[in-house]
Design a protein around this ligand. Structure first.
Ligand SMILES: [Zn+2]
Length: 93
């Protein structure tokens, strides 16, 4: 029997979709088939991300905006919440 050169048949319902937020199509999620990292070729599926330490640092610095979600800021907010809860508890005693 001759082997087919076509890709094996995969039911469409088994194909994982990209799901990235799309600005076209009335803001519905992207329906392109996903690549290994879960996104389609247009939404970062081809990207493997920064590999070197220097590259990761550069990426981090390029995307830094206000520091609201840095580890230090989140710990500080949590500490203040706990302090306020403790203060409220002490006033109600
Ligand atoms: Zn996509």
């Amino acid at each position: 029997m001759k082997k087919s050169k076509c890709a094996p048949h995969v039911p469409f319902s088994n194909i994982k979709l990209c799901g990235a937020k799309a600005r076209q199509n009335n803001n519905k999620p992207c329906r392109q088939p996903a690549m290994a990292n879960g996104r389609c070729r247009l939404h970062g599926g081809k990207s493997t991300g920064a590999k070197t330490t220097n590259g990761k640092l550069r990426s981090s610095q390029a995307n830094y905006k206000h520091g609201m979600y840095t580890k230090e800021a989140m710990i500080e907010r949590k500490r203040m919440q706990l302090m306020m809860a403790w203060r409220k508890e002490m006033l109600n005693m």
